[in-house]
Design a protein around this ligand. Structure first.
Ligand SMILES: C[S@@+](CC[C@H](N)C(=O)[O-])C[C@H]1O[C@@H](n2cnc3c(N)ncnc32)[C@H](O)[C@@H]1O
Length: 279
């Protein structure tokens, strides 16, 4: 891993809490893949035995829900982290979804033949890689030429809009971004995604780019987002060690997030960049 930054080992480096894995686990095809579902369904109508690869699948909730759209197809979720894949396997068993499997693999060196997947999907993972275009080139390598697609969605964290306009909450978000910047993460991946794809050698004319959004407003959604997790455990330690926040400030951030979660009028909106690259 000498030529890679520390975020290439996201879970090993950040030791995300159960809360973070649970927050990621609340994502589904319905709430994160609307931009690609029409393409997927059209492809599945033409070829029911689609083979989909989900790179950086994390706890697998998106992978498992995508599987249900291709009952005659197969979806494989890959991730660097073995522990997160245990969660993914548990979810597939619990939901009795048989056409999904998970394996440890590195996004830069996918253990699949050239052109062997109809769709390569990835959500919120490319931003954690130091060599974005190298990874996208690898996604394109394993995608079928002449009909296959690479589908990618990344948040643009700088676009987060909160209500109520609590200055402590807004300050906590800026500091959260700063902690991540100290780890070289380009947290504006959403707006960079098209350029990274072009740099991977995919012509701009073959790329459908759209902007999507997250909106957390119900109590359940606010709990799923769980902004408190950014200021607890290892994340709080990172903020202190990198000099971005003091323990006293972190306490204030925690109570601001608690009030945001509890407030009936609270909401969060954020933009995402979405790419469907046709190969
Ligand atoms: C923010 S999580 C996204 C999980 C899921 N796709 C989602 O949208 O909820 C990023 C995932 O990318 C994985 N990851 C980071 N670097 C990776 C690499 N080089 N190869 C494969 N997976 C990687 C991490 O382990 C983590 O599970």
């Amino acid at each position: 891993m000498s030529d890679q930054h520390k975020q290439d080992d996201y879970y090993a480096g950040f030791k995300p809490s159960e809360a973070t894995k649970n927050a990621h686990g609340s994502r589904s095809a319905e709430n994160n893949c609307q931009y690609m579902l029409p393409t997927l369904l059209q492809m599945a109508a033409d070829k029911p035995n689609l083979r989909i690869l989900d790179v950086g699948c994390g706890p697998g909730s998106i992978t498992v829900s995508l599987a249900q759209y291709i009952p005659q197809g197969q979806i494989i979720g890959v991730d660097l982290s073995e522990t997160v894949l245990e969660k993914a396997n548990g979810l597939a068993r619990e939901q009795q979804v048989a056409n999904v499997s998970f394996q440890v693999a590195n996004a830069y060196e996918l253990p699949f033949e050239d052109g062997s997947c109809d769709i390569v999907h990835t959500s919120q993972a490319v931003v954690h890689l130091s060599e974005h275009s190298r990874a996208i080139r690898e996604f394109a390598r394993v995608t079928r030429k002449g009909g296959g697609v690479v589908c990618m969605r990344e948040a643009d964290t700088y676009t987060a809009a909160f209500y109520p306009r609590d200055p402590v909450l807004e300050d906590s978000w800026q500091r959260f971004i700063r902690v991540n910047e100290t780890m070289d993460i380009q947290w504006d991946g959403g707006r960079r995604l098209k350029d990274w794809t072009v740099q991977a050698g995919i012509p701009a004319a073959s790329i459908e780019f759209t902007a999507g959004s997250w909106c957390f407003h119900t109590l359940e959604q606010r709990r799923d987002f769980n902004g408190l997790r950014f200021w607890q455990g290892a994340s709080a330690d990172n903020a202190v060690e990198s000099g971005v926040a003091t323990r006293e400030e972190i306490q204030e951030f925690q109570s601001a997030w608690q009030s945001w979660t509890d407030g009936d009028d609270s909401l969060l909106m954020m933009l995402h960049g979405q790419v469907i690259a046709h190969l």
